[in-house]
Design a protein around this ligand. Structure first.
Ligand SMILES: *Cc1c(COP(=O)(O)O)cnc(C)c1O
Length: 411
């Protein structure tokens, strides 16, 4: 195994930053995961972030700049930046509760006021590392559940909306139930005919315009996922509601504040997205997928295929199904094994109970596609030697909590 690592990982990869600080080298083929540092910033995004560190400025001015760039990027009237998409959800909801009333903003969450319910389809009440209901309830609002997990009907949404409704939240994500949910256009029609604004959590979605076109009043994106910015959240939409969300920095938003450096980096990342050659990046990702496909072809019990993203992001992945009877191991065991290599290869493992894992090509550094293909081929050629351990089955499910509980656990 040591020998294999020396052959494939070679010297062309620079792990000196990791080695200097004692961090484990990681090759991320799982996606934009908070637990792995989300994304890698391009050099100009990093330098824009660093450059801001040396200056004072009027903070509302850089938020005005951000608003203009968010408007250009999304087609929205206005926008603002905050600490994260999760913060964006809380601030957007709080803004819908208080409007432009600073006294009411300061009173949250203690006094949620007369409009304090947030309607959400039950199938959208997901987690993204934390429960989305927590992002709602941090404001003092309560969740008004619509329908059942796999079915929401128009009349159920209608019946839930009233004078106590502050907003309705709609989630677009691989984390939510993918059938039986009200389409956004219909959802927005029903909400608007009842005078209720619609907030869309699209943290991880490449579509920066479609949700506003489909009727969203506010849309929230992560700055540090596909956009490759520093840790940040983007709120885009109706000017009055963006202003009310921004006002929350006088209250619950203080602990969610974004600094000048992250704003400068997020602005550069958004500009870059508008400039970048998306077709060329897709072609690179496609080349990685084709390479991996060819490396895994013809192995007994290993069934690779290219699959589309569940929310139609323009990003395909390689899905590797493992037939335990033929391969002599399981998808979950392979994920563990790859994660124990040095550098660790972290694959997309949250559906391993269905017998497969996935490789996401969106975060590859130069040379890593070849490296991952070679290591994967070598590991899977000898798949039967990977033992199936008792913890494998539930690692993806319980790993989040175990990670936190394990931290500093040994005094
Ligand atoms: C990642 C994600 C979030 C949280 O984003 P952060 O910017 O990390 O707070 C919220 N909602 C969805 C659907 C996500 O995928």
């Amino acid at each position: 195994m040591k020998d294999m690592q020396e052959r494939h990982f070679g010297e062309n990869e620079d792990w000196s930053w990791h080695r200097k600080h004692g961090y484990s080298p990681v090759i991320n083929v799982s996606g934009t995961m908070t637990g792995l540092g989300a994304s890698r910033a391009a050099a100009d995004v990093a330098s824009a972030t660093a450059e801001a560190m040396g200056h004072f400025l009027k903070i509302h001015e850089i938020q005005t700049h951000a608003s203009r760039v968010i408007a250009a990027l999304t087609g929205a009237e206005a926008g603002c930046l905050t600490a994260s998409a999760s913060a964006g959800i809380s601030l957007s909801i709080a803004g819908c509760m208080t409007g432009l009333n600073p006294a009411r903003a300061e009173a949250l969450p203690r006094d949620p006021g007369p409009r304090s319910e947030v309607a959400v389809q039950m199938g959208h009440l997901c987690g993204y590392g934390a429960p989305i209901s927590t992002a709602i309830e941090l404001t003092g609002a309560t969740v008004r559940q619509i329908g059942q997990s796999t079915l929401a009907m128009d009349h159920q949404l209608e019946a839930a909306l009233g004078p106590e409704t502050a907003a309705a939240l709609y989630v677009v994500s691989h984390h939510v139930v993918h059938y039986g949910q009200i389409p956004l256009r219909r959802f927005a029609e029903i909400c608007h005919s009842n005078g209720v604004p619609v907030i869309v959590d699209a943290a991880s979605e490449y579509d920066l315009r479609g949700f506003l076109q489909d009727g969203a009043d506010l849309v929230i994106y992560s700055g540090h996922k596909f956009l490759g910015g520093p840790t940040s959240g983007i709120i885009a939409g109706r000017r009055d509601l963006v202003r009310a969300a921004y006002l929350q920095n006088m209250g619950i938003g203080r602990g969610m504040k974004i600094g000048k450096e992250s704003m400068a980096g997020a602005i550069r990342a958004m500009e870059r997205w508008m400039e970048r050659d998306h077709a060329a990046i897709r072609a690179e990702e496609k080349a990685a997928l084709d390479l991996w496909m060819s490396r895994l072809a013809g192995m007994p019990g290993i069934l690779p295929r290219i699959v589309a993203d569940p929310t139609r992001n323009p990003l395909d992945r390689l899905q590797v199904e493992i037939d335990p009877a033929q391969a002599g191991t399981t998808a979950a065991a392979v994920c563990r094994h790859l994660g124990e290599l040095d550098p660790a290869i972290i694959v997309r493992d949250h559906e391993t109970e269905l017998g497969y894992f996935q490789l996401d090509p969106c975060n590859l550094a130069p040379g890593q596609a070849e490296m991952v293909g070679a290591v994967l081929a070598e590991v899977l050629r000898d798949a039967a030697s990977i033992p199936v351990l008792p913890g494998d089955d539930d690692r993806a499910r319980n790993g989040g909590a175990r990670g936190y509980l394990g931290w500093l656990a040994e005094a």
